[in-house]
Design a protein around this ligand. Structure first.
Ligand code: MGD
Ligand code: MGD
Ligand code: MO
Length: 773
């Protein structure tokens, strides 16, 4: 591959521009050490970039292609030894020959419908080397396609629900209420699940300015009130000067109903807005008032479910009324059983307040969850690598992977359809870590054991790599050249290579190009371009877009020699929701009725008991009981993105005795004989893990928080439910869909028991390469 040498003339001190999902930065090698520094224009840089230095040459990196011994000796086929076997280092030629033959066997035998290439995951920044784009293009071009996955672990239920009730998902999340509007206009922000700065530190692709802290600070200084409803006080930053309404996880829908009920009985709901801009209010109102089921959803009722005093609910409803009020619902709320309901009810609350479409008011779903919400879109296209056309129509909702592998041929419901799980023989992953993102990991192991072949491209020995039959080592961004950017961040960044690849690691592109050769498709895959030629090619639409606007349109060479290029952005005009509010007849929403749907005939006609035609309090099946009396909130981790560079210095510094740190309330700890600094064991019927513990009154009693992302580290890999000694909460979470409507991931909440761990503390082996490697 054509790889340019680092262009050190660019900067006098040798720092070269680069970017990541956690911020734009520059980097250099000095005395054999990597140094990184954030972009000087970033007002609130993110410490996660400090994971790079220790990660770069960490022993957890993969140096050479590896094949699992059982697969090498016995060939493809189901095998319980996945995750328990040793590895045999092989040459690139041998690895690609064996994999090419296996792909041909399937493509020309059962066909590409036996290949699962969903390959969900965040991969790395970079518009060309984006791993999902690379793998999908490869499978399309060389194998005739693959079974894909739809939706995400982030927003599995809202992505399905929102088109039925509000319209376009991006109009709601990305072209609606901005941080600029909050700073200037909002008078009260009620955030369910908060807007934690730890979360808005990241954005897929790139982020050049972290603006959230500053915007909340400006709003609060202007007098805007922030109210946080949720189990964790730290979900809004100190700068917001927020009031904390501590509520029971999973109860938000009832809290919102109590608020709307109060508005209605006090005549404070905006009837004119409801009449003009929504459908179905009368049906919902009958339910709300208890006319259909005998139970008014009043503040007293909501209090019993949420743990919030009734008078607090009434007072909050009165405060919301008549103000420029913004309702925020975090992604986390819908990553749980019946996750559709709080998303739907949040819209109803904002509609009852009559605020949707006003500057700084209305419904800011997912605002603050990631740094690409609440910003502006670029006015010119950013480089995009074409994935080609998939010849296989079949797909699964992304979080149903274990169900698919364990139940081929069985049927399931999704978005009004009855669908059938395909019979998958080979799973191919590049750029994701299912042993990070999926639930009930011990079940996932059983699912992967059923495959003929599992192929993984990875830069490090994640648990997913350790379960694979063929492990192909790939580069990380600092070892390759690319263009960094995102469709709603203005800075387009030339990503320079800082160091040569680790060991024999290769770019995903180079791996797929050589593999395509073995399937007779090299030319179709590469189109004869080197990496540099691809970058120039992908940059061209951006340059043309700039020229068409009469703006300076630098050549690729000029762009490449720059520190980055600032693209023009679209106005912050409230998007389609503002236009709809201003003219509901002339600018209808893309819903069946053209309005906000408080009652959806479409969803009602699906007849799903777990997702009726309007927001409904459905209770929960997974509630605390004598055996598992605590609610575990498995949240996003602060010091890293998901499981990425868990072995980096910034991530490691946040651990306690090498383990992930849980938080619990001191009163709960006392009851269980647990003290600050103990190691605890969390467990339920699905599994168990160890963690450090910090006691804090910033968490609601009865709730334990354990962030995701510690690499799965089973102490006895031969056991069916091994103890994860490192603190991966997904050994505990439930692998069930949110509802038959969306089948989204429910990983956020589960019930557990906890106790002090007094046994001999097992060592952490998560970052040690497996035997043979
Ligand atoms: N219990 C629970 N579980 C959750 C969540 C939760 O709230 N609770 N959150 C969920 C959410 S929102 C998400 S989005 C998922 C995230 O799940 P993932 O996106 O799967 O997690 P990552 O750790 O980002 O995995 C990306 C992997 O890609 C690898 N990688 C990076 N760059 C490259 C590259 O260039 N090429 C290749 N081949 N590989 C590369 C990294 O090393 C890493 O292993 O997790 C979900 N899981
Ligand atoms: N640093 C960092 N930032 C990230 C990520 C990361 O891995 N690391 N991941 C990114 C990704 S891919 C995504 S999708 C977003 C996810 O964004 P979210 O899903 O919103 O993030 P979480 O941290 O899982 O949850 C936010 C908060 O919701 C609260 N919460 C949990 N359950 C409930 C509930 O039932 N009710 C209420 N009211 N509150 C509840 C918890 O206290 C938690 O701190 O984060 C992104 N940001
Ligand atoms: Mo996500």
């Amino acid at each position: 591959m054509n790889r340019t040498e680092p262009v050190s003339e660019l900067s006098e001190d040798g720092f070269l521009p680069h970017t990541s999902h956690w911020g734009v930065f520059s980097a250099r090698m000095k005395d054999g050490e990597l140094e990184v520094r954030p972009h000087p224009g970033d007002p609130d840089p993110n410490g996660i970039i400090q994971n790079f230095p220790a990660a770069l040459r960490h022993r957890a990196r993969i140096a050479q292609p590896m094949i699992r011994r059982g697969w090498l000796e016995n060939g493809p086929g189901p095998d319980e030894k996945r995750g328990r076997d040793d590895y045999v280092p092989v040459s690139w030629t041998q690895a690609l020959d064996l994999l090419g033959a296996e792909l041909l066997r399937l493509r020309d035998g059962p066909g590409p419908g036996a290949i699962f290439g969903g390959s969900y995951g965040w991969a790395s920044a970079g518009r060309f080397h984006h791993a999902q784009s690379q793998i999908h293009r490869f499978l399309n071009v060389a194998c005739g396609g693959y079974v894909r996955s739809v939706n995400s672990y982030s927003s599995g239920s809202s992505q399905v629900l929102v088109p039925h009730i509000i319209g376009d998902y991006e109009d709601l999340t990305k072209r609606n209420v901005s941080w600029e509007q909050i700073a200037e206009h909002s008078e009260i922000v009620l955030a369910f699940g908060g807007m934690a700065l730890k979360n808005s530190m990241v954005a897929g692709g790139s982020v050049s300015k972290h603006v959230e802290r500053g915007a909340m600070k400006r709003a609060a200084q202007r007098g805007c009130a922030f109210v946080l409803a949720g189990p964790l006080r730290s979900d809004l930053p100190e700068e917001a000067k927020a009031e904390w309404l501590s509520c029971i996880p999973g109860s938000d829908t009832a809290l919102m109903m109590g608020l709307v009920h109060t508005l209605v009985v006090e005549g404070r709901h905006d009837r004119a807005f409801l009449d003009r801009c929504t459908v179905g209010w009368p049906v919902f109102e009958r339910y709300l008032l208890g006319e259909t089921d005998g139970q008014p959803k009043d503040a007293a009722w909501a209090s019993g479910i949420t743990g919030v005093a009734a008078d607090e609910i009434v007072a909050l409803a009165r405060r919301l009324h008549g103000k420029r009020a913004l309702i925020v619902v975090a992604h986390a709320l819908q990553r749980a059983e019946h996750g559709e309901q709080p998303v739907w009810m949040g819209m109803v609350l904002a509609a009852a307040l009559g605020q949707i479409g006003l500057p700084g008011g209305g419904y800011g779903y997912a605002l603050g969850a990631i740094a690409y919400y609440g910003r502006r879109f670029n006015a010119v296209p950013v480089p995009t690598f074409s994935q080609g056309k998939n010849g296989v129509a079949d797909y699964i909702p992304v979080a149903r992977i274990s169900d698919m592998l364990l139940h081929p041929g069985e049927s399931y419901r999704y978005n009004g359809q009855t669908r059938t799980y395909p019979d998958i023989k080979l799973v191919y992953w590049a750029g994701g870590n299912p042993f990070h993102h999926h639930q009930d990991l011990n079940r996932l192991r059983r699912a992967f054991a059923r495959l003929d072949t599992l192929v993984v491209h990875e830069l490090a020995w994640t648990a997913t790599a350790r379960h694979a039959d063929i492990v192909l080592p790939c580069t990380m961004t600092l070892e390759r050249e690319d263009i960094g950017g995102s469709s709603n961040d203005p800075l387009l960044v030339p990503m320079h290579p800082i160091v040569p690849p680790y060991g024999e690691a290769r770019d995903d592109y180079a791996i797929f190009a050589d593999l395509a050769e073995r399937l007779g498709a090299r030319e179709a895959f590469t189109e004869g371009r080197s990496v540099r030629q691809w970058l120039e090619h992908l940059y061209e639409p951006t340059r043309e877009g700039l020229a068409a606007k009469g703006l300076p349109a630098p050549s690729f060479a000029e762009f490449w020699g720059s520190e980055g290029y600032i693209l023009p952005q679209q106005p912050d005009d409230g998007g389609r929701l503002r236009a709809f509010r201003d003219d509901p007849q002339g600018k209808p929403l893309p819903t069946p009725s053209g309005k906000l749907e408080i009652f959806s005939e479409t969803i009602a006609a699906f007849s799903e008991a777990d997702c009726p035609g309007h927001p409904t309090w459905l209770g929960a099946t997974n509630v605390p009981d004598a055996e598992t009396p605590y609610v575990l909130a498995a949240t996003q981790p602060r010091p890293r993105l998901h499981s990425q560079f868990d072995f980096g210095g910034h991530s490691g510094a946040a651990k306690y005795r090498g383990r992930e740190v849980a938080r619990m309330h001191p009163d709960d700890a006392t009851l269980r004989g647990i003290s600050d600094g103990d190691i605890i064991r969390l467990h339920n019927e699905r599994g168990a893990c160890l963690a450090g513990v910090v006691l804090t009154d910033g968490i609601r009693r009865g709730v334990i928080q354990l962030p995701t992302g510690a690499w799965y580290d089973p102490v006895d890999p031969h056991d069916d439910k091994p103890l994860c000694v490192h603190g991966n909460p997904n050994v505990l979470t439930r692998d069930v869909g949110t509802s038959a409507l969306a089948q989204g991931c429910t990983g956020q909440l589960t019930t557990v028991q906890v106790e002090r761990f007094d046994g001999n503390l097992p060592p952490i082996n998560a970052y040690e390469p497996p035997a043979g490697a």
